[in-house]
Design a protein. Structure first.
Length: 164
């Protein structure tokens, strides 16, 4: 066996031993548990870089925005605990809105109707996030609106109906 072959074989055996030892200590399982959201975040960032470096079609920004937001949300859930998803789940809709906003802002020619869809999705996200974080049900909101309407009618009964 030549000197180069011995060097390569020795390095291979050394690296194999290190990998086995790190696996036995649980290093790889920790890395897998802690950093699995990178599976979403890295492709999102790479798609952004691909668009900005090559000036490819702006449609690449839709999955780039979605994957980037989802990666960040999964990191939040990973470190804050999976219970946080019961509160922040509407932000997954926001991921789609971010991708569409990017597509609308940087697409040339500007795509028709994309901004409206993104704004609607953002509004839906805000409303659902409000209901989720405040634990206000739709029935409670309806009851409050009816009470406000009733008070308004009671207070406005002596005034002219032209202002109605």
């Amino acid at each position: 066996m030549s000197q180069n072959n011995r060097l390569v074989t020795g390095i291979f055996i050394l690296v194999a031993g290190i990998v086995i030892l790190l696996g036995k200590w649980g290093v790889f399982s920790f890395i897998g548990r802690a950093f699995w959201p990178l599976v979403f975040l890295i492709p999102g960032i790479l798609l952004h870089l691909y668009y900005f470096r090559k000036r490819e079609a702006a449609i690449w920004l839709v999955p780039a925005g979605i994957l980037s937001v989802y990666g960040i949300l999964f990191f939040i859930g990973n470190f804050a605990g999976s219970d946080v998803f019961s509160y922040i789940w509407p932000l997954f809709i926001l991921g789609i809105a971010v991708g569409l906003f990017e597509y609308d802002a940087l697409g040339s020619p500007r795509p028709q109707g994309i901004l409206l869809i993104a704004l609607i999705l953002m509004l839906v996200t805000i409303v659902l996030l409000f209901f989720t974080l405040t634990s206000v049900s739709l029935i409670t909101l309806l009851a409050i609106m009816l009470m406000i309407g009733g008070i308004w009618i009671i207070l406005a009964r002596g005034r002219s109906s032209r202002g109605w």
